[in-house]
Structure formats: structure tokens, C-alpha cells
Design a binder for this molecule. Structure first.
Ligand code: DAT
Ligand code: MG
Length: 137
């Protein structure tokens, strides 16, 4: 079964939106196969965001992701990789469509710090790589 790696970022946890976000994933019919709440390590974040290393927003992004606990989870279901990204909405929450997690619940897109609530893998290769980072073993 197709699976994806989802993160509820520190802004989502701090704002008390974990339940609402998980409810949307479950309401869509995806299964939650693993779930964890904890503060990410520097190694996890540098591995997770390796593709963005060197970009101007990289360090602010990693700093923001280290600010507090995050929820990491593996969700599975038919088409869950594009399906969750569709539920999440556009990267910039100020541009994300209503009905999406970022569109309904997200507000902040600063010049440097992007608080867009969630991450979802963007391909099967990314999903398997990211599952290995957040849920080794
Ligand atoms: P997504 O999270 O929608 O997959 P991404 O993988 O391109 O987006 O980027 C990862 C994160 O980096 C994103 O959630 C917020 C931040 N980011 C992306 N593009 C950015 C930009 N142009 N300026 C500032 N931050 C950006
Ligand atoms: Mg991405």
C-alpha cells in the first residue's frame, strides 16, 4: 500500500492543531501506521531538508523546525502521496486554497520563516527516504 511521511510542524503543535490535522487525514480514509511527538534532532532535520541545503530559506527553516516538538507520522492509502499534498494545499499558506489544511488553518509566510503547519512527501522515493529518517528500524 502506498505510504507517505507527514510532519505536523512546531507551529501546528504549538497552536493546538494536531487533532484537527489528524482528523482531516483520518476523515479522508488514510490509515495512520506510526505516530510520534518529539523535538527533532539536528541530524534528522539536515537529512530531511538536504534538497534545500544552500537555499536562502534553509537555515531559518531548520531553526523554525527545531523550535518545539513536531508530530511525525506515516500514513497509508491509495494515492496518499499526492492525496495528502492536496489536503495540505499550496506551500504558501497565504495563497493556499480554502478547504486545505494550509488554506484554512495557516497564516504565516514571512520573508524567512515559513509556518505552513505540515510537510508531506512529494514522491515515492521521498516517502521511503523520509520514512527512514523519522522512523528508522
Ligand atoms: P513543500 O513543503 O510544499 O513541499 P518545499 O519542499 O518546496 O515545499 O519547501 C520546504 C519548505 O521550505 C516549505 O514548507 C517552506 C520552505 N520554503 C519553500 N520554498 C520557500 C521559499 N521560496 N521561500 C521561503 N521558504 C520556502
Ligand atoms: Mg517538499
Amino acid at each position: 500500500m502506498e505510504r507517505t511521511l507527514i510532519l505536523i510542524k512546531p507551529d501546528g503543535v504549538a497552536r493546538g492543531l494536531v487533532g484537527q490535522i489528524l482528523a482531516r487525514i483520518e476523515a479522508k480514509g488514510y490509515a495512520i501506521d506510526a505516530l510520534s511527538l518529539r523535538t527533532a534532532t539536528a541530524d534528522e532535520l539536515s537529512a530531511h531538508y538536504a534538497e534545500h541545503e544552500g537555499k536562502p530559506f534553509y537555515q531559518p527553516l531548520v531553526d523554525f523546525m527545531s523550535e518545539g516538538p513536531i508530530v511525525s507520522l506515516i500514513a497509508s492509502g491509495q494515492g496518499v502521496i499526492p492525496g495528502f499534498r492536496s489536503l495540505a494545499g499550496a506551500t504558501d499558506p497565504t495563497a493556499a486554497a480554502p478547504g486545505t489544511i494550509r488554506g484554512d488553518l495557516g497564516r504565516d509566510w514571512g520573508e524567512k520563516v515559513q509556518k505552513n503547519l505540515v510537510h508531506g512527501s512529494d514522491s515515492t522515493e521521498s516517502a521511503e527516504r523520509e520514512v527512514g529518517i523519522w522512523f528508522p528500524a
